[in-house]
Design a protein around this ligand. Structure first.
Ligand SMILES: Cc1cc2nc3c(=O)[nH]c(=O)nc-3n(C[C@H](O)[C@H](O)[C@H](O)COP(=O)(O)OP(=O)(O)OC[C@H]3O[C@@H](n4cnc5c(N)ncnc54)[C@H](O)[C@@H]3O)c2cc1C
Length: 388
């Protein structure tokens, strides 16, 4: 049975983070972390968060965390989003690689990488996709061939979020050139300033250079940067993907906050919005879905605390949050009408704010972290035992 009330300790934890955020969240919004200046500002914010030991509350205290459980992490996220705190520029590090290092890293790797990650000293990018290996990630061709105590990397990665300014990349490479598909892949941690690496920016829908494509020309990386066993990289990467689609990358608080903003937008524009009753229905649906997602996540977290694994359920979550985000932003666009397209500072923009920015980004939700079509394949095969 699920407990629906918080303990005194959890209430105290909530109060502590709320007070800390009230004293530390920047009063002026930071520039976009898809700009060089904004990236630096967000890096500094990561350091500030770390100074309060809030970088990743679930990590052990000796690695920069607070040893919190998943329920406290959900509480942290609720307060973080409610306070309007900056987006996490190191999300690939703290939310994805961090937990993977906890499970697969040696003690040496944990103490080498995690405290610097928590402090924003190392910002991480993810290097999985390649031209010709996106949904079909097992088609990876970029090689990391062992030569004595180094891997020598050659090939190309693409769509690597903020790799233009990031310090490190965690990537999946083919270490056995004769291998096929999921076999012979190795998970390697690569410093992006290594000789032989060229990173080229790719502009995204909003015009900012949010992606990097990365070219490797005989890049030498020491064997000690390997995570997990040689040839077992697929297994490690699937653990990372579980964190990405499952709980960590997109906590429910993010969507609850958008739903709350949507209700406020609707109420401020109610007279015009009510001309089409389906707008009000969509606002209500958004609110209910965000709440339902939060409750479902609390249930999942409770199960995980008792030792369960998330498995294919991560795929149902990923579809749910990405479609919810899309529908909430579409509803905001309907309420705002032509005003949505104005820059926030335009005289006629009114309360259009950054809805258009969120709308553009929500288009990507069904693509990153594995497309929703691929998630539906996983659900069909692994949850419903349907034929491939
Ligand atoms: C905002 C954003 C951030 C990203 N960040 C990163 C990052 O940091 N690092 C990284 O490595 N990658 C990143 N990606 C890349 C992302 O992982 C890929 O775009 C995604 O996996 C899809 O691969 P693809 O673009 O090659 O499309 P394709 O695989 O070519 O797919 C094209 C279309 O075909 C469909 N399709 C393909 N195969 C099947 C199938 N078997 N059944 C049904 N439909 C299918 C897909 O669903 C899709 O609609 C990011 C992408 C976005 C949009």
């Amino acid at each position: 049975m699920m407990r629906l009330e918080y303990t005194d300790a959890q209430i105290g934890f909530r109060r502590e983070i709320r007070e800390w955020l009230a004293g530390h969240v920047p009063k002026e919004p930071l520039q976009s972390f898809d700009t060089e200046r904004g990236f630096q500002q967000h890096r500094e914010w990561e350091a500030t968060l770390n100074s309060g030991k809030w970088s990743m509350v679930t990590w052990p205290t000796e690695l920069g965390g607070r040893g919190s459980d998943l329920i406290e992490w959900l509480i942290f996220e609720e307060e973080y989003w409610a306070a309007g705190a900056p987006l996490r520029v190191n999300q690939n590090g703290v939310f994805l690689l961090g937990p993977t290092l906890m499970d697969y890293g040696s003690d040496g790797q944990k103490s080498r990488f995690l405290p610097r990650m928590a402090a924003g000293q190392d910002i991480w990018a993810q290097g999985w996709s390649e031209p010709g290996a996106g949904s079909d990630m097992a088609a990876i061709r970029c090689t990391a061939i062992r030569e004595d105590d180094h891997y020598v990397i050659n090939g190309q990665k693409i769509w690597s979020t903020r790799a233009v300014w990031a310090d490190w990349l965690f990537g999946l490479f083919r270490s056995d050139p004769q291998s096929q598909r999921h076999h012979g892949l190795t998970f390697v941690l690569v410093p992006l300033n290594a000789p032989g690496i060229t990173v080229r920016p790719i502009r995204q829908l909003n015009g900012l250079p949010g992606f990097g494509e990365i070219f490797f020309d005989n890049v030498r990386v020491p064997v000690e940067n390997r995570l997990g066993q040689e040839g077992a990289g697929w297994h490690v990467a699937m653990a990372t993907a579980g964190f990405e689609r499952g709980l960590m990358l997109r906590s429910p608080a993010r969507f609850q906050q958008t739903a709350k903003k949507l209700v406020q937008l609707y109420l401020r524009n109610r007279a015009a919005a009510d001309r089409d009753p389906s707008v009000r229905d969509a606002v209500l649906r958004a609110w209910m879905d965000a709440e339902a997602y939060a409750l479902a996540t609390y249930r999942t977290a409770s199960r995980l605390l008792k030792g369960a694994k998330i498995g294919a359920e991560a795929s149902t979550n990923k579809i749910f949050w990405s479609e919810l985000d899309l529908s909430m932003h579409e509803t905001a666009m309907r309420i705002l009408g032509a005003r949505a397209e104005l820059l926030p500072q335009a005289p006629q923009a009114g309360d259009a704010g950054d809805w258009i920015e969120g709308f553009l980004f929500s288009q990507a939700g069904s693509i990153y972290a594995g497309t929703n079509e691929i998630q539906r394949n996983i659900i069909a095969e692994r949850m419903h035992n349907m034929p491939r």
